[in-house]
Design a protein around this ligand. Sequence first.
Ligand SMILES: Cc1cc2nc3c(=O)[nH]c(=O)nc-3n(C[C@H](O)[C@H](O)[C@H](O)COP(=O)(O)O)c2cc1C
Length: 194
Amino acid sequence: MEFNCDPVPQFAAWFAEAEMHEPNDPNAMSLATVDVNGAPHVRIVLCKGFDAAGLRFFTNMESNKGHDLAAHPHAAVCFHWKSLSRQVRAEGTVQKLPAAEDDAYFHTRHRDSQIGAWASQQSRPLESGIKLTTEFHQIKNKFTDQAIPRPPYWGGYLIIPHRIEFWQQRPHRLHERMLYTRENGEWQQMRLYP
Ligand SMILES: Cc1cc2nc3c(=O)[nH]c(=O)nc-3n(C[C@H](O)[C@H](O)[C@H](O)COP(=O)(O)O)c2cc1C
């Protein structure tokens, strides 16, 4: 397989194929963070954009992952596109997106998802499912006939990768791995044994 010398167009090509072939959420990626004690945690989030600057995702910044990123602004992500037998891993530093970008994305979301962001104290204990539904409806009523502001604790992060690896399954476990590493702003490319 030929790989582009730049991982960004390479990722764009694989992502476009994943969008055509994956039945659900081709933008789903496992996101690994490390907490204040050095323990790792992983969960899925949706990638809401990528370009030469990095990969973006949105969340509640007061969630466990938000606290992890405040303590250690580093993350690893992994996409698995089963229908294509492909994996892409990326690792890098993490920055908060500017508030203007948080606002712009928040307002593209479905109104009920905007209300959900107000209702959910993500990662904190919840007494009962009914409590969450009740709070959702209370917030919905409060904002009747009004634009919903973005909660101050809700926003996006940019993962700035310094390492991206593409993996393609091949017969006899002779899988292809192409690793890109960034040094002084330049991407270097290297094949790895599977
Ligand atoms: C397919 C899928 C997509 C998800 N997308 C997001 C997302 O974009 N942002 C988010 O905060 N949580 C998302 N979640 C929920 C997270 O996996 C996780 O449960 C939540 O963010 C709390 O994680 P934390 O307690 O480690 O912070 C998604 C879950 C799944 C299964």
